[in-house]
Design a binder for this molecule. Structure first.
Ligand code: 5AD
Ligand code: SF4
Length: 436
């Protein structure tokens, strides 16, 4: 019998990290670990980290500084760093924070059990390889526990696009797709365990090539899985939106009318400097084609303000693109210099106060659009998949087809069910309504 130990895992960054954290919990489950929500109880603490912007990476070192205190109280506590900071900084993490016992990059999670043995012997463990063996094959021993109605499923990892600002091609490596058989097996398993909605994940998910008909082919195979009700995918690159995928938005009922399609900037000059491989106009024409296939599609995007060399005119072009496209939801960031990326070499950095002004202007516009998109739902009847209890007794919370959070009074048995809700009210970041 293995003794039970407690694992506290804290996840930063993107949805792929959420998925990876689940897989790490499972991998260490085999070593007798169960998850705890309180770091003070833990025998091992893992930070699953994000390196996308400087702030995200710096947060990790301040968190490690705090955790060092816990280790002073409990010398048996093991501290590990996983994710993209682990991949990018490796040994440097242990040098900056000697309390760290283990550093594991995203491609080596299947090796965690052996690494755990090592740290139990009082040694340090570091693995930031890009191994030959298939991580997913080795991670296959999932316990068949029941789970909530929604799940992430990684189908593709890494990126070959090399946008000038981005660390992902370095931290997650080259694009690799999982086979469609492997994905379908995992999807069926999730459905058996109660999942009704699957979000397919990839840094460049629409470049998926594990199916001879690409991501659209995979979506159509998933469409045939009984019990699976909804399919989503994220994140996509505009250059990889092929005809079959656009068409699927109009013809595949399980594919939800929501698309996250980052453009980053509305200025052709900046798009070129970013190495985005398309113009603003090509992006707008693409959106027109997707909306022709699915007119009620709700669009989401990512933006960067203050990329090196960005002028007031470039920023105005971004604002104009946003006005023309209309986003129901979006994320926007100040450009953050990342060591090792081509943009870090550029000398014409934009002043911090200018970045802040541009970000505020852009966010004000995006917030207005988001509010408008939400308010357009009031009076409509939408399908909602209930996920959990709301904060108010008797209320459940779930997501509409358009990924809006929706509250409604409903019995607990409706968790995991997709039901029609008439929307009555729109508040910040959520809708409320009544069952019909
Ligand atoms: N600075 C600011 N934002 C960035 N992103 C990626 N790299 C950077 C960076 N260096 C943003 C992009 C991307 C999202 C995940 O993060 O908008 O789409
Ligand atoms: Fe980064 Fe560009 Fe690849 Fe997205 S497409 S992960 S922004 S390099």
């Amino acid at each position: 019998m293995t003794e039970t130990k407690k694992l506290y895992i804290k996840t930063y960054g993107c949805q792929m990290n959420v998925y990876d954290s689940e897989r790490m919990v499972e991998a260490l489950g085999g070593k007798g670990y169960t998850e705890t929500k309180t770091p003070e109880d833990a025998d091992m603490i893992l930070l699953n980290t994000c390196h996308i912007r400087e702030k995200a990476a710096e947060k990790i070192y301040s968190e490690l500084g705090r955790l060092k205190g816990l280790k002073a109280e409990n010398p048996d506590l093991k501290i590990g760093v996983a994710g993209c900071v682990a991949q990018a900084e490796g040994q440097e993490i242990m040098r900056r924070q000697p309390a760290v016992d283990l550093v594991v990059g995203p491609q080596s999670y299947h090796r965690l059990p052996q690494m755990e043995d090592r740290v139990q012997q009082g040694k340090k463990a570091l693995d930031t390889d890009f191994p030959e063996e298939d991580k997913f094959d080795k991670l296959n021993a999932r316990p068949k526990a029941k789970r909530g109605p929604t799940a992430f499923l990684t189908v593709q990892e890494g990126c070959d696009k090399f946008c000038a600002f981005c660390v992902v091609p370095y931290t997650r490596g080259a694009e690799v797709s999982r086979s469609s058989e492997q994905v379908l097996t995992e999807a069926r398993d999730l459905v058996e365990r109660g999942v009704r909605e699957i979000t397919l994940l990839g840094q460049n998910v629409n470049a998926y090539n594990g199916h001879d008909k690409g991501l659209a082919g995979l979506i159509w195979d998933l469409d045939k899985v009984d019990g699976l009700e909804r399919i989503r995918f994220t994140t996509s690159h505009p250059s990889d939106m092929d005809e079959a995928l656009i068409e699927a938005h109009g013809t595949c009922d399980k594919l939800m009318p929501y698309l996250h399609l980052p453009v980053q900037s509305g200025s052709d000059r900046i798009l070129k400097a970013m190495n985005r491989k398309h113009t603003a106009d090509e992006y707008i024409r693409l959106i027109e084609r997707i909306r022709a296939a699915r007119p009620d599609l709700l669009l989401s995007g990512d933006f960067i303000v203050g990329f090196p060399g960005e002028t007031d005119q470039d920023h105005a072009d971004t604002m104009n693109l946003v006005r023309e496209v209309f986003y129901g939801q979006a994320y926007s960031f100040k450009y953050s210099t990342r060591p090792g990326t081509p943009a870090a070499e550029k000398t014409e950095q934009v002043d911090e106060t200018v970045k802040t002004e541009r970000l505020h202007a852009l966010q004000a516009l995006l917030t207005t659009q988001q509010k408008q998109a939400q308010e357009a739902m009031v009076g409509k009847t939408v399908k909602v998949l209930f996920e959990k209890k709301g904060r108010i007794e008797g209320q459940l919370i779930g997501k509409s087809d358009y990924l809006h959070a929706v509250h409604a009074d409903a019995p607990d048995e409706m968790i995991g069910k997709t039901v029609s809700v008439k929307i009555e009210n729109s508040v910040t970041n959520s809708l409320s309504g009544v069952l019909v």
